[in-house]
Design a protein. Structure first.
Length: 77
């Protein structure tokens, strides 16, 4: 059981890294984070198309990652 969870955790971790790297940047570097970050945080811009799919996939994979991490530590006993 522990080995299966470790393998699943590695697959989810690699998929999470790939999905995060595929997402488009919201600002242009550090200057965008300082000056223009608040506009996009409080703006009414909705993600559409591929950005929406990648955003939702990131959320699901992050939840799976944390659940699998807790399961691995629980079954490690």
């Amino acid at each position: 059981m522990h080995t299966v969870l470790i393998i699943l955790l590695m697959i989810v971790a690699i998929a999470l890294i790939a999905v995060v790297l595929l997402q488009s940047g919201k600002s242009s570097g550090l200057s965008g984070a300082i000056s223009g970050g608040a506009e996009q945080l409080f703006g009414k811009q909705k993600a559409r198309g591929l950005d929406l799919i990648l955003h939702n996939t990131t959320i699901v994979l992050a939840i799976l990652f944390f659940a699998l991490t807790i399961a691995v530590s629980y079954f490690d006993l």
